[in-house]
Design a protein around this ligand. Structure first.
Ligand code: SF4
Length: 353
């Protein structure tokens, strides 16, 4: 999924070798990382909340994913520290500089000591007057329930530890039904802290998903997971990010998502437009050229100067989403979608990218 700012550049790597933990037939390697810190502060990421990403890299391979930047940073630091040879650097970056994000997954192992230390720092930063405390969001840059989690269970261990604390505000963002494996921990967490689970889905169209996301779970699977979460009493909803201009921003597309979310018992639906950072243009724009050639020039123009969608477009989309939130009886402009808040009135019929 995408949020409004670049992810934290990633953890420092300790001076040792990079052990390969596992290797899959499809070529993915899982590499151990022992970070000194796992809870990223708002100052480190530029986002308005604290964040945790148990993995660096993500096998789901969404073509619009901005987190490739953080993966490259971790790989280049390992090379600079002498822990990757030149040949390994080439392998860990891939021919175009973005493939390795999907195929060389760093697993943040043994993080609970770091998390405890980070939480002491977090509580000190909040002070007695800051109530409720700033949110901690898990999965801002990579999916915490990507395939690696099935084996390594880093996310589960982090949630178990957070469940010992009281009065936190925790958000989890995922595209994976694996989140339902942890219903027991989520219930414990929700008993002592505020919890929101954001199931990320950009369209209910399975064929379109496969053009945009290489290995992510199909829409029906994610919606079933959402239904299981809400049926179990978890405060869960849908996050539609990014909305792809000219591809998924039309009313039928968005209505289908809202309708499916409602049927799954979603407590909220939030949405925000595509942000096209420099590091992902080479990955994403060819996908548009291949599948939507009629939009290629419009994308190139709209994102020529900025990573963000043009202001008028973002405003129009926000109004469209607000109308749908109201129509489907969901909260209008509350919670995480405030990240996308804009201020001016917008045209109604045509989003005008
Ligand atoms: S699931 Fe999220 S982190 Fe993984 S590739 Fe897709 S957008 Fe990136």
């Amino acid at each position: 999924m995408q949020l409004s700012a670049l992810p934290s550049a990633g953890p420092a790597i300790r001076p040792s070798t990079l052990p390969i933990l596992d290797q899959r037939l499809r070529g993915t390697k899982f590499v151990s990382l022992a970070p000194r810190s796992i809870l990223n502060s708002p100052q480190a990421t530029g986002m308005d909340f604290w964040s945790i990403n148990p993995y660096v890299g993500c096998e789901f391979g969404c073509t619009y994913c901005y987190a490739r930047y953080a993966h490259r940073y971790v790989v280049e630091r390992a090379h600079d520290a002498g822990r990757l040879s030149d040949a390994e650097l080439r392998e860990f970056r891939g021919a175009h500089g973005w493939e390795a994000f999907e195929q060389r997954i760093f697993v943040k192992e043994h993080v609970l000591g770091a998390l405890d230390a980070d939480l002491r720092r977090y509580f000190r930063s909040q002070g007695p007057s800051v109530r409720p405390p700033a949110p901690i969001v898990i999965g801002t840059a990579t999916d915490p329930y990507q395939p690696a989690e099935r084996r390594f269970q880093v996310t589960r261990a982090i949630l178990e530890r957070l469940a010992r604390y009281e009065g936190l505000s925790i958000g989890i963002i995922t595209k994976s039904p694996l989140v339902t494996r942890d219903l027991d921990v989520l219930r414990r967490l929700a008993a002592r802290s505020d919890l929101e689970v954001y199931v990320s889905l950009i369209t209910v169209d399975a064929r379109l998903i496969r053009k945009m996301e290489v290995r992510s779970p199909l829409p029906a699977v994610r919606l079933r997971a959402l239904a299981r979460l809400t049926a179990a009493g978890v405060n869960a909803g849908l996050i539609v990010a990014p909305v792809l201009p000219g591809v998924t921003d039309d009313l039928p597309h968005l209505e289908a998502l809202f309708s499916a979310a409602r049927a799954a018992g979603a407590r909220f639906v939030h949405a925000g437009p595509l942000r096209l950072y420099a590091g992902i243009r080479d990955r994403f724009l060819p996908v548009i050229e291949t599948h939507f050639p009629e939009l290629a020039a419009r994308y190139a123009r709209a994102y020529a100067r900025n990573a963000s969608a043009p202001r008028e477009y973002a405003q129009a989309l926000e109004r469209r989403v607000q109308r749908l939130q109201a129509k489907f009886g969901l909260p209008v402009n509350s919670g995480m979608e405030d990240r996308y808040r804009t201020t001016r009135a917008a045209p109604q019929a045509d989003l005008g990218l």
